[in-house]
Design a protein around this ligand. Structure first.
Ligand code: SF4
Length: 441
């Protein structure tokens, strides 16, 4: 265990088993809050980096919060509980800001996404598979591979790329393969072409991974023994793809994506009207990172159990637990019951939709018929959670298991002050989710 209040914890008498003693024990809660702050800053930094790659303006404000938050975690600076809670909210606010900046930059560079059905698990010809969140890297690859006789496929968090007009205009951007990063090794092994991972989440291949020799890391993605790409130069990837056998993976499946909040809030979609008229009983945001293991099946069971007059809004790679299901449309409307906002950094779209609904309900977010069920996995999920809490949103559900970075006092804060719920069993949770109070419009 590492205590942020004392970087020399071992010399100060912490137990050899890692247990905190003395002054460090007293400050355990402060140290744990600082852990959460640091996780949040890390998540924020990932978005900040991608926004900077797109020359997005307005990042100074985000940088200032990151610097202030990190400074606060230095040894013996601040031992005040409330100051730390306030900093958590500040990091959350800055995360919302940087997600907004990144989302605007994506829209500016690649157009506003619109809904699209994407071919799933079908691949043919000489081919390249792209995984990660970096849309600029995909764009550069599409430009450089145009007319070279290779097809490009997306994996995991790259799926939303198909919704952007300036990316899907390339005819050699063909479809999507596999599920979230948790199934990455199996998908990569089946794929015969070159593979590029341009952000997290890469699963380090082992010496027995047959695809290791055709796997490339771009930007900060690096693993010992795989090839590394700099400055968005994909010439070696294209050359490798052309030298490898052609793909012949058959499938008739499709998945949908591209339900950007700007598109969904256009009048013709009538989302707000349908909610006010009662055609939509409730919105469920079921979003977040996919995590390995059976715990994630909860999200599939929940999605399948939603009443027909509920709309499911999603983002990030947790959706691969249920995005193969055809949810159809809301009765009496053309509104899709499944809305994929995009990558984890597009999660702010759920806030924009909630804002529009809140305006219609003449109240705050907590008056909107909306249930938020998050799956968490890594630091960006922590940053997004802080962003939601800073908005004053309560009654968020979190799973598939509680994060283990807090102590009891930190958890009590989340459970008491923010009324957070931990997911348990769909049969028990769903009636409670549906009964969450809603004020009349
Ligand atoms: S949504 Fe989270 S778990 Fe999934 S690829 Fe992105 S960072 Fe990784």
């Amino acid at each position: 265990m590492f205590c942020h209040q004392c970087v020399m914890a071992a010399e100060n008498g912490c137990g050899s088993d890692g247990a905190l003693v003395g002054a460090c024990k007293k400050n355990d809660t402060i140290s744990r809050l600082q852990d959460v702050i640091i996780f949040g800053v890390k998540g924020m930094a990932a978005y900040r980096y991608m926004a900077d790659q797109l020359d997005a303006p307005g990042l100074k404000e985000v940088d200032d919060v990151a610097a202030e938050a990190l400074y606060m975690t230095l040894t013996n600076v601040n031992f005040n509980y409330q100051d730390h809670v306030d900093m958590l909210m500040k990091v959350g606010r800055a995360t919302r800001k940087v997600m907004e900046i990144l989302e605007d930059a994506h829209a500016e560079h690649f157009g506003v996404p619109t809904p699209v059905a994407v071919s799933q698990d079908r691949a043919e010809g000489k081919c390249i598979l792209v995984s990660g969140h970096d849309l600029l890297a995909l764009k550069r690859l599409l430009e450089q591979s145009e007319g070279k006789g290779v097809n490009v496929y997306t994996h995991s968090e790259m799926l939303p790329a198909h919704g952007y007009p300036e990316l899907r205009k390339y005819p050699h951007l063909k479809g999507n393969l596999g599920k979230s990063w948790t199934n990455q090794s199996r998908t990569f092994a089946k794929f015969p072409g070159a593979i590029v991972v341009n952000t997290n989440c890469i699963v380090p291949p082992t010496s027995r991974s047959k695809y290791k020799g055709r796997l490339f890391g771009s930007g900060h993605v690096a693993v010992e023994g795989i090839k590394h790409l700099e400055n968005y130069d994909f010439s070696e990837v294209i050359k490798t793809a052309r030298s490898l056998p052609s793909a012949d993976l058959k499938s008739n499946k499709t998945v949908s994506t591209g339900h950007n909040w700007r598109t969904m809030l256009r009048a013709e979609h009538g989302l707000v009207e349908a909610a006010k008229s009662g055609k939509i009983q409730r919105f469920f945001v079921i979003a977040g990172c996919d995590a390995p293991g059976k715990g994630g099946d909860y999200y599939r069971r929940l999605a399948k159990a939603l009443p027909a007059d509920c709309v499911l809004i999603t983002s990030a790679c947790g959706k691969y637990r249920f995005n193969d299901i055809d949810f159809g449309t809301v009765a009496g409307t053309d509104i899709p019951r499944y809305i994929d906002l995009g990558q984890c950094n597009d999660s702010g779209g759920a806030v924009e939709i909630s804002r529009a609904l809140a305006r219609a309900y003449e109240g705050d977010f907590n008056n909107v018929p909306l249930t938020i069920v998050l799956s968490w996995m890594e630091q960006k999920a922590v940053a997004i959670l802080l962003g939601l809490l800073d908005l004053g949103i309560v009654d968020i559900w979190l799973g598939p298991k509680p994060p283990n970075f807090g102590n009891l006092e930190v958890w009590n804060m989340f459970l008491d002050d923010f009324k957070m719920n931990l997911t348990w069993q769909v049969e028990a949770d769903l009636p409670r989710m549906l009964a969450e109070p809603v004020k009349a419009a």
